[in-house]
Write a protein that binds this ligand. Structure first.
Ligand code: 8YV
Length: 336
C-alpha cells in the first residue's frame, strides 16, 4: 500500500446510493463523490472512476479485476458492501497493493431469518396461495386443497456452515428439526453442539434432507454446486433455499426439476445473472422469488453501510482505527 500523505485531501467514491448519515461520516474525513442512482457500469466506466479516487465503497455489481485496475496508481482501499466479495479479484488487489474489506457478522442474523422466511414460504406455498387469493379464486374452503409439506420435525440440510449457516441451524431447534450439514471442514465439536448439527458428506446431505439451505460462498469451485445431478439426488418433495449467490445453483436445471415434479419447491433470493431471472423460473408457482433482499432490514443495511464506511476510513489511515480496518479481506496488504 502506498504511503498516505496526510496533507493531501483524500477522495473517496461511493458507487451506490447510501444512507445520508453514512455519507456524512465519510465526509468528515474525505472529499466524497457519492452517486445518487444505482447504475450498472461498464468495466471502462468503473476503471475511469477508480482512477480518480483514493478509496471506494462498492456494491456487488461493481466487478473489480486486473483490467479495471490497470494503470491505477491512486486507489488504496475498497470497502465492499456485503459479506460476499466474489465481485472482487483478490489476487489483482493484492498485486496492486489495495486493501479490500467486507461486512461480515452484522448481517448474519437477518440473513438467517430470511432463509427461514423463504423456507417456510416455499414449503407452505405462501406466495402461490396469496396470488390465487388475490386473483379472486377463493370461492369456498376445500379441505383437501392447498396441501403442502411440513417444516417442523423434518430433516434440515445446510450446505456451507459458516456464520450464517450456523445461525440458520440454531433456529431449527424451535422447529424440532434434525440438522445435518456439509462444509469444506467439519465444525469444532463445541460449535456443532451449539448448532445441534451433524456433519455428513454432500451425497448424504442431498439424499436425506427434506429441506436444504445453501449458504456457500461463491467461488469458481462452487459454481453449479447444485446442478442437474445434485437435484436428481434430492427427494422429489424437498425444498431448496438459496440465500447465498446466484451461480451456485444451475437455475435452468432447477427450473426443469421444479416443473417436472422432481423437486418440491424452492425459495430463491439470488440468481444467475441477476437482476435478470431465468424465464423458466418466472413461470413456476412452486418457487418463491425475491430480489436479493436477505440482508435488507433497516437496522442491518445501516449496520453494513456503517461498517463499510468505518473500514474505508481506517484503511485510508483516518479515524480512531487508522490503519486497522475492522474487517479486512486481505490484511496482508496492510502489513506491507
Ligand atoms: C447484500 C449480500 O444484499 O452480503 C452479501 O454478500 O449478498 C447481501 O447482504 C448485498 O451485499 C447488497 O449490496
Amino acid at each position: 500500500m502506498g504511503t498516505i500523505d496526510m496533507n493531501h485531501p483524500q477522495r473517496v467514491w461511493v458507487s451506490r446510493p447510501l444512507f445520508p448519515e453514512v455519507v456524512a461520516k465519510l465526509a468528515e474525513h474525505f472529499e466524497v463523490l457519492a452517486e445518487s442512482e444505482d447504475q450498472r457500469r461498464s468495466p471502462e466506466q468503473l476503471r475511469a472512476k477508480l482512477a480518480e479516487v483514493d478509496g471506494a465503497l462498492l456494491g456487488l455489481a461493481d466487478r473489480v479485476d486486473a483490467a479495471v485496475l490497470a494503470g491505477n496508481r491512486r486507489l488504496k482501499a475498497i470497502a465492499n458492501l456485503g459479506v460476499g466479495y466474489n465481485n472482487l479479484d483478490i489476487d489483482a488487489l493484492n498485486a496492486a497493493g489495495i486493501v479490500a474489506t467486507n461486512t461480515p457478522d452484522v448481517l448474519t442474523e437477518s440473513v438467517a431469518d430470511y432463509a427461514w422466511a423463504l423456507l417456510l414460504a416455499a414449503a407452505r406455498r405462501v406466495s402461490a396461495a396469496e396470488r390465487w387469493l388475490r386473483a379472486g379464486h377463493w370461492q369456498g374452503m376445500r379441505f383437501d386443497d392447498w396441501l403442502s409439506v411440513d417444516v417442523h420435525g423434518k430433516a434440515l440440510g445446510i450446505l456451507g456452515m459458516g456464520r450464517i449457516g450456523q445461525a440458520v441451524a440454531r433456529r431449527a431447534a424451535g422447529f424440532g428439526m434434525a440438522v445435518s450439514y456439509h462444509n469444506r471442514r467439519p465444525l469444532p465439536a463445541e460449535l456443532e453442539q451449539a448448532c445441534r448439527a451433524r456433519y455428513v458428506d454432500k451425497p448424504t446431505l442431498l439424499r436425506e434432507s427434506d429441506h436444504l439451505v445453501l449458504v456457500l460462498p461463491f467461488t469458481p469451485e462452487n459454481r453449479h454446486a447444485i446442478g442437474a445431478p445434485e437435484l436428481a439426488a434430492m427427494k422429489p418433495t424437498a425444498v431448496l433455499v438459496n440465500i447465498a449467490r446466484g451461480g451456485i445453483v444451475d437455475d435452468a436445471a432447477l427450473a426443469a426439476a421444479l416443473r417436472e415434479g422432481r423437486l418440491g419447491a424452492a425459495g430463491l433470493d439470488v440468481f444467475e445473472g441477476e437482476p435478470a431471472v431465468h424465464a423458466d423460473l418466472l413461470k413456476l408457482d412452486n418457487v418463491v422469488l425475491s430480489p436479493h433482499i436477505a440482508s435488507a432490514t433497516a437496522d442491518t443495511r445501516r449496520a453494513m453501510a456503517s461498517l463499510a464506511a468505518d473500514n474505508l476510513i481506517a484503511a485510508l489511515g483516518r479515524g480512531p482505527r487508522a490503519g486497522r480496518p475492522p474487517t479486512p479481506i486481505n490484511p496482508a496488504v496492510l502489513a506491507k
